[in-house]
Ligand binder design. Sequence first.
Ligand code: 9D3
Length: 225
Amino acid sequence: MRIDVITIFPEMFAPILNESIVKRAQAKKKVSIHIHDLREYTDGKHKKVDDRPFGGGPGMVMMAKPIFDAVKKIKGRRKAKVVLLCPTGKPLRQPAVKKYANERNLILICGHYEGIDDRLNDLVIDERLSIGDYVLTGGELPAMVLIDCVVRLLPGVLGKAESLTDESFENNLLDYPQYTRPANFRGKKIPNVLLSGNHKAINKWRKEQSCIRTKKNRPDLINKK
Ligand code: 9D3
């Protein structure tokens, strides 16, 4: 898989590219990630990427031309899914992550300011994505979130130890509580059933705990089920 990112803050991506599972995935040639500075697709020495909104109002709007030119140039003759990260997009969920993990080429555009010129939607953008109902300063962290959750699904990226079975959100249930040694930490003991060796009882307990947690923290998921 190839992922291209268009951003006005290319340096922000160094940590995810140089650390972690994403770095390992690149080393193993499972994915190649290319960061593009939007200002390199501007003409004129001011490298202007934004302008005042038609109709008035606060802030600035990202101009159509630099983004249009960047997408065209990066895409070349390849087919690619073009995704804009913006607060008015569809909220990202695991089924969509799975869908993106099946693409050959992804182009991610990081939104900024009050947004981008809306004509780009018809011209170059296939999908608009938000990562949740809170206000960030730009689309860079959302792009990194998308890269992280897509890359871990690519075949051969995760080892056996970090396997993909029993994924939370797949079945609309949150994970059950986990414990490791010691069995007694500062007087707090782990549930006895986990020491019983009775796998049927353990599974039953885990399922119950998943339900309790989901009901408490994510009643919206219970209704989906
Ligand atoms: C909702 C706030 N907008 C009101 C005028 C202005 C605005 C604030 C912050 C417009 C863009 C941004 C920057 N955010 C993103 O680019 C963004 C984002 C987010 O803020 N929350 C969740 N997902 C995303 S994806 C991109």
